[in-house]
Write a protein that binds this ligand. Structure first.
Ligand SMILES: [Zn+2]
Length: 371
């Protein structure tokens, strides 16, 4: 046991404190751990109380106070795993190069290693700009209470570094699809399904038409996908259902496609004129496209990685959204996927690769000193 890597034992403390988004004591406990870790260092700490029953946010500031645009790091400390996951299904443990635990890959490992890099640069005074580190409590549910803060810090930054997990052997992310969410509600007319069948107007039958129409909007060639993955309706097996509902997940590759698809979904018309259709929602995260500025920042990161001794690659546009979508859509050069390498995000086999901690920590340190 004496040979345990100090990084692993420090990160294991973070994993042991379970912090699913809706468990505010856990999320705030994570913010406490971060605040405690920078005590006595040349780092200013600002804590922003949570809203809508969600956890707090934490902003660390350091580096040069020269009025220039900052370099910002962004990490979320909430996870998708309910409290009790580490006791039952995903105990915090080391197996060879793998460190297992709830949220180790998405994204406590990345948040932890980036914080170490931030502390190092704050202590050595080698930053060229003001440095900001934002820790958020609600990314896993779409950042409903922190989007404004993320955009505010993004607008004041020359570059944003997001510590979501690395992909496929350490690749980083330079483009993400945009995400839309919709709720569709249908109201028909109830009737006894045996004796008064012709009087009924089935909300579920209408939902079936609408679901097929929406799923039919998927266009892989354009990078557009639509899925209906949650639905409900009806009251009993012998009643023509009055109500039905379902939710829609939309992914798009470009801003223009987001506008077009949002309007196509919102303007769906009922197939049966006697059934009322109500559609709400829209684009949540705008697409994060690999602009020239993003490509330039990626080249800088590549040069730094080469100096450290590894070759950094980016992956093709990924389907999953992150807070990087918000800053990239503002035109702020954003790199994502800078976090820890590993596999199994949002699953009970989630793990991180211990050997990826040192090089990725060095990469973030280099970016904080170069950008
Ligand atoms: Zn994440």
């Amino acid at each position: 046991m004496s040979s345990i890597d100090p990084s692993v034992s420090a990160l294991s403390v973070w994993l042991a404190l379970e912090s699913p988004t809706h468990h505010t004591p856990g999320v705030n406990g994570m913010m406490d751990l971060v605040a405690h870790e920078v005590e006595g260092l040349p780092i200013a700490v600002e804590r922003i109380p949570g809203r809508n029953g969600l956890g707090d946010s934490l902003i660390l500031r350091s580096g040069l106070d020269n009025g220039e645009a900052s370099v910002a790091v962004m990490s979320h400390l909430d996870t998708v795993h309910p409290v009790g996951t580490s006791a039952r299904d995903l105990p915090v443990r080391v197996e060879g190069d793998r460190l297992y635990g709830p949220g180790v890959y998405d994204m406590k490992g990345g948040a932890w290693l980036a914080l170490q890099a931030f502390k190092e640069v704050a202590l050595s005074g080698t930053a060229k700009r003001p440095m900001v580190f934002l820790f958020t409590p609600d990314e896993e549910i779409g950042s409903p209470t922190t989007r404004g803060l993320i955009e505010q810090i993004g607008r004041a930054s020359a570059a944003v570094l997001v510590t979501e997990p690395a992909r496929e052997g350490g690749k980083i992310v330079t483009a993400r699809k945009g995400v839309g969410r919709f709720e569709v509600k249908l109201e028909g007319r109830p009737a006894h399904s045996g004796s008064r069948h012709a009087d009924g107007r089935s909300a579920i039958r209408e939902a079936a038409h609408q679901i097929l129409a929406i799923e039919g909007m998927t266009d892989y060639a354009r990078g557009i996908t639509t899925s209906v993955a949650l639905m409900g309706g009806g009251t009993a097996a012998n009643v023509i259902p009055q109500h039905a509902w379902f939710s829609v997940d939309l992914r798009v590759a470009s801003l223009a496609d987001g506008i077009e698809m949002e309007s196509r979904v919102l303007n769906l018309k009922a197939h049966d004129p006697d059934v009322a259709i109500k559609i709400s929602g829209g684009m949540n995260r705008p697409p994060y496209e690999k602009s020239t500025a993003v490509a330039g920042l990626f080249e800088t990161a590549r040069t730094i990685a080469a100096g450290i001794g590894f070759s950094l690659e980016d992956c093709p546009m990924t389907g999953g959204g992150s807070d990087g979508n918000f800053t990239a859509a503002l035109g702020v050069p954003t790199l994502d996927g800078l976090g820890i390498d590993g596999e199994g995000a949002h699953t009970l086999s989630e793990y991180a690769l211990i050997s990826s901690i040192a090089p990725r920590r060095a990469l973030i340190k280099g970016l904080l000193e170069t950008v």
